[in-house]
Every structure is written in C-alpha cells, then in structure tokens.
Design a protein. Structure first.
Length: 298
C-alpha cells in the first residue's frame, strides 16, 4: 500500500443503511486501484424539536452515529485489510457536511437514494445536492452494486458527451478509470428535440443529418484523445432519444458512467435534468465530474 498522509483520500459518505452497501464496495475498489486511503464519513443531523414533542438531546443520537461509522469502517477493513482507513463524524445538514468533507478528497462516493416523490421533496435530495456542489468528482452507486472480477473481460466505461467542450472535462477521468479497470471506453451522444411532435417529424425527415452532426461532434471532440492514447479502445455511439434514457441503457453491464456537471459558476450549482435523472436510473455507478477536474488532451 502506497498511500501517505498527503494523498487525497476517497471519501465514503454512508448513512448506515443497505442503500450505502454498494457505495462502500465501490469506495474500497477505488481506494485499492488508486492506492490511497479511505475516509468513512457519516453525518448526524441536528434534531429540531417539533411541538408537542419534547426537545431531543443530540447526545441521544451520538452512540448510534458512532456505531454507524464503526460498523462501516469494520466492513471496509474486512474487504481490504491493507487500506488506510480513517473516520469522520459530522453534524448538521447532510449536503453541506459532505460537500465540506470533499474539500481535500479525490473522490466522494455516496449511495443512491431510495426515497421518491413527496418524501424525497421533504427530506431533500442528498445525492443530487452533493454531486452538484462537491469540490471533487462524486460517484453515486446503486445499493446492490458488485465489482466486476478483474479476470472477467469486456468491462467498459461509458461517457456522456453533449457538447464538444465536454470531452476536456470527462475524458481524462474516463481514461484514468478505464486503465485502472482494464476496460474500454464507450462515448455516447444522444439527441432529441424538446417537442415530441417536432422530434418525431425531425427524426423521420432529417435523422441522417442529425446522425452525421453527432458523429462529427464526437470526431472533433475525441480527436486529441485518440492521438494521445492510441492504445485505448474508444467506441462512439450517436443515438436518437432522451439523453438520460440512452445513457441508462448504455450503462447496462458497464463498470461506470462518467458525465460532466452542468451549469457551473452560478450562485448555486445544479446538475441539469439529464444528470439528475441518470443518477436515479443508471444500473451502473455514475461519476459526476466538475469542470476543474480533468484536463484537455493536447
């Protein structure tokens, strides 16, 4: 193990439920592959008494919170005894605390939320909030995710590209992960018009033109990467359909999906509808890469 105190760790943000099981396994895999430490982070919410309930003492929850961290750390050590494991207990809002914990991390790993509808609206979308605001890349992992055995062939990293400049942000990370996983890269560009009637007409009358435009976009975006990494297998696909649906379909059997975080630089960063939907639908882990992570091929 080559991790040192100066190596940026992988941070596992766990809530102690089975929804975090896949995230724990993924965090272990990443820490092993990239030879770094793993920090287990749990956030204990600050109780807000609601009349007529009596005020709750925060100390009442402390033993439970520490048990969550201890249990997760033990699971990590059981899977990978060689890893350097640390723990961190934060208090307050989950999104704010996890984002703060991302400041010195190379990657934050969280489990996919299992609440939907009104409950999700009332409790807040933790995964989306973290992915939109973290200071490093964030991976959202389904609870039942299992790592592919290294002896198995045919692994792939799926990359979603909407615009040409997306490549400079996502391809460096996709390449890093593909090399570590011994996987190929599949780059997907999806197109669909907002109006369903116009979309059906356009797909029938000018579908070939849209296909050609998409292929040209990917050719220009990926040209420098083909030149820099000629040994790496990169497949491209241009597909008509909703981007989140297309990427979720491409993710079946994949090791990872890598996408760019949209709309950065605004007072409150947000993911965009496609990435937000993909986080809920993808059968594979989804890595959301902020603009300052990665770099362009030259």
């Amino acid at each position: 193990m080559t991790a040192t105190p100066t190596t940026a760790p992988v941070v596992l943000a766990t809530d102690g439920t089975t929804a975090s099981d896949g995230a724990l396994r993924y965090a272990v895999q990443q820490a092993q592959m990239h030879e770094t430490g793993l920090r287990v982070l749990h956030v204990m919410p600050v109780p807000i008494p609601v009349p007529p309930l009596r005020p709750m003492e925060s100390v009442d929850l402390e033993p439970y919170a520490r048990a969550v961290i201890s249990r997760a750390a033990d699971q990590v050590r059981g899977l990978a005894p060689e890893l350097i494991v640390s723990t961190s207990l934060a208090h307050g809002g989950r999104v704010r605390a996890i984002v703060a914990g991302s400041a010195d991390a190379q990657l934050v790993v969280v489990g996919r939320e299992t609440v939907h509808g009104l409950e999700r609206l009332l409790t807040g979308a933790t995964t989306a909030g973290v992915a939109a605001n973290a200071r490093c890349a964030v991976v959202v992992v389904p609870g039942d995710w299992q790592p592919r055995e290294r002896a198995e062939r045919g692994g792939s990293v799926v990359v979603g590209i909407r615009r040409k400049d997306d490549a400079s942000h996502v391809m460096a990370e996709a390449h890093r992960q593909a090399v570590a996983l011994d996987a190929s890269i599949t780059v997907v560009h999806a197109w669909q018009l907002p109006d369903p009637y116009f979309d059906r007409i356009e797909a029938r009358t000018h579908g070939e033109e849209w296909q050609a435009l998409g292929e040209k976009l990917l050719e220009e975006a990926l040209g420098p990467w083909h030149d820099q990494y000629p040994y790496l297998a990169i497949e491209t696909r241009v597909v008509h359909g909703h981007p989140a649906t297309v990427l979720a379909a491409a993710a079946k059997g994949a090791d990872l999906v890598v996408v760019r975080r949209a709309h950065e630089g605004r007072p409150f960063d947000h993911l965009g509808a496609t990435v937000r939907a993909l986080l809920l639908a993808s059968p594979a882990p989804v890595e959301v890469v902020p603009a300052h992570v990665g770099g362009s091929a030259t």
